[in-house]
Design a protein around this ligand. Structure first.
Ligand code: ATP
Ligand code: MG
Length: 566
């Protein structure tokens, strides 16, 4: 696709809001954003959209973006996740300098704000059980009921809250609630919980705290403490915005950040909820968070995606107020386009069938000069060994070909890429009738692949010289789920999401024959295997025993669909 398909980043509604604020001198024209992951899982492609927006806007408007870990739930969070998040944001190409913050760094300040709210009569300690609180919250059509503790005097609230902090009560005995309006049409405003008791060890603060702030309280105040000007989040927080504004106004902070919501990224054939991704990992349906089938940044990286292709994808998807599902074909298109420019070509045979050139000198051999990347002259050339015995792809031969099969068949001539024209004379079979070898002749006058007499062949095959081939493993991937929308499908059928996994999402091919230049490819090395797709050396790769993941095949379904106007 052309660049016309990528919207210019200046066009979306979030950038319009930021530009207008800068123009009117709001916050002195400063732009400060933040990316606020909760360290309870690995980042996924949806987070990449938020990262590109938060860091992108800061960059474009000469401001900065904080990396803030929203670590207010000690039970689910872990340093492993903190480390992976930092690695992934950096890999995507964004820097936060020394602005690495943690909501847990603000626990003392947040606590002081809470005491302040109590003093102002804007918060109270409630001692209802969770069930009682749920029952008195009301519904969308009926107002909630005031808690019997709503009228507690300030002094009693302060005393109880301090004793909550001091660890005098067990989990669930009390909570701190905002005193707003139990009849509000917005349920989020019906005296939401601000603090709960949790006797749990936190990955950063250890056992210093046994009360933890809720997201809806910690988030706006963390934004205010950091001087964030534009707090960008996904649509599900739209109904929480009045509470966001309430917290900031009530605490009376100097800075008044503003929240703006945008549609979250949805991709077909996968899930994006961290809870569900964690389930896939924990139950062993995938090999880890970085399994190349996962929509995680680390999975995409291991699969062979480039940061550039992911950023390009996010730019093309754009930012809007309305949710829609993006075809994973667009993501694949972006990486294909990027790798086409930069990945060197090589030859590998995944399902080898031996070819013997009967008229080629025994013990002879030669090297073919081969262009590394036709899209990039600077990539130079390499020498690829050629000899009497070769491997081609088993499905490039048919003994009894149908009409439209133009590749190798008995009596037929085809081109071996960058080498010679060969003609199949005989298919040798074993006792079971399986073809084990092709006996072919080559035309020495066609070196380089063209016949001096101008005769044409209908197919060009890739090949690897048997004598110098390196045995390797290749992993081919398909969609993780066999249905387009696993989330809604599992709900509709009332089944667990894992029953919708694609049973053939991974095919491991051992005993592949790779050209010798690939023998020692380091992990992360990206290459196009001619005719087969783009591949990337896996971290499991070893010198002399390469392991490659297929990033994407060469067939661009998305571009074809778009060309047909679908
Ligand atoms: P959780 O279910 O644990 O709340 P989350 O996906 O909201 O998960 P966070 O760590 O809270 O994860 O997300 C960090 C930021 O990334 C938030 O601002 C969130 O809005 C944004 N984000 C998360 N998922 C997506 C998505 N699919 N598309 C765009 N932004 C997203
Ligand atoms: Mg969240």
């Amino acid at each position: 696709m052309t660049d016309a398909a990528s919207p210019s980043p200046s066009q979306d509604f979030v950038r319009e809001i930021v530009a207008a604020d800068v123009a009117t001198g709001r916050d002195g024209g400063r732009v400060v954003t933040r990316f606020p992951p909760e360290p309870n899982g690995y980042l996924h492609i949806g987070h990449a959209k938020a990262i590109c927006l938060d860091f992108g806007i800061a960059e474009e408007f000469g401001g900065h973006c904080n990396l803030r870990f929203d670590d207010t739930n000690p039970v689910k969070e872990d340093v492993e996740y903190v480390d992976s998040i930092k690695e992934d944001v950096r890999w995507l190409g964004f820097e936060w300098g020394d602005r690495e913050y943690y909501a847990s760094d603000y626990y003392e300040q947040l606590y002081q704000f809470a005491e302040h709210l109590i003093t102002l009569g804007l918060a109270y300690v409630d001692s209802l059980s969770a069930d009682e609180m749920r029952a008195s919250r009301g519904t969308l059509t009926t107002p909630g009921q005031d808690s019997p503790h709503r009228g507690r005097p300030v002094a009693e609230n302060l005393d109880l809250f301090r004793r909550m902090r001091a660890g005098e009560f067990p989990d669930g005995a009390h909570v701190l609630r905002a005193k707003i309006d139990m009849a509000s049409p917005n349920i989020n405003m019906r005296d939401p919980v601000l603090y709960r008791i949790r006797h749990a060890e936190h990955h950063r603060t250890g056992t210093a705290w046994c009360i933890y702030p809720m997201y809806d309280y910690a988030h706006p105040l963390s934004d205010a403490i950091e001087g964030v000007t534009h707090s960008l989040c996904t649509l599900e927080y739209e109904d929480h915005r009045p509470l966001y504004d309430w917290a900031i106004a009530s605490a009376g902070t100097a800075h008044r950040p503003r929240q703006t919501e945008f549609a979250r990224l949805k991709l077909n054939y996968t899930v994006m909820s961290k809870r569900k991704l964690l389930q896939l990992v924990a139950q062993g349906h995938v090999q880890g968070w970085d399994d190349p089938r996962m929509p995680t940044i680390s999975g995409l990286r291991r699969r062979g995606y480039t940061p550039e292709s992911i950023r390009d994808f996010c730019a093309r998807v754009g930012v809007a107020k309305k949710e829609n599902v993006i075809d994973v074909g667009l993501l694949e298109h972006c990486v294909r386009e990027d790798l086409n420019r930069r990945a060197p070509r090589a030859m590998a045979v995944l399902d080898p069938l031996k070819v013997v050139l009967t008229n080629y000198p025994e013990g002879g051999g030669e090297s073919m000069d081969v262009v590394n990347n036709p899209e990039d002259p600077a990539a130079g050339t390499r020498r690829v060994p050629f000899s009497r015995e070769l491997y081609i792809e088993r499905d490039d031969f048919m003994e009894d070909p149908p009409k439209k099969f133009f590749r190798l068949a008995p009596g037929r001539e085809v081109r071996l890429r960058n080498a010679y024209l060969i003609t199949c004379q005989e298919a040798v079979k074993n006792a079971d009738g399986e073809i084990v070898e092709l006996r072919c002749t080559y035309d020495p006058a066609t070196r380089g692949g063209d016949a001096p007499d101008g005769r044409k062949v209908k197919a060009t095959l890739h090949w690897v010289s048997a004598a110098s081939a390196v045995d390797g493993e290749v992993r081919l991937y398909d969609r993780l789920f066999s249905v387009e929308d696993p989330d809604s499908e599992s709900g509709k059928r009332d089944v667990d999401i894992t029953t919708l996994l694609n049973p053939s999402s991974l095919a491991v091919r051992a005993g592949c024959k790779l050209e010798p230049s690939l023998a020692d490819a380091p992990a992360g090395h990206r290459v196009q295997f001619e005719r087969l797709g783009y591949f990337c050396a896996d971290p499991d790769t070893r010198p002399g025993a390469p392991v490659f993941n297929r990033t994407v095949s060469l067939k661009d379904t998305w571009a074809r669909m778009t060309a047909r106007g679908e």
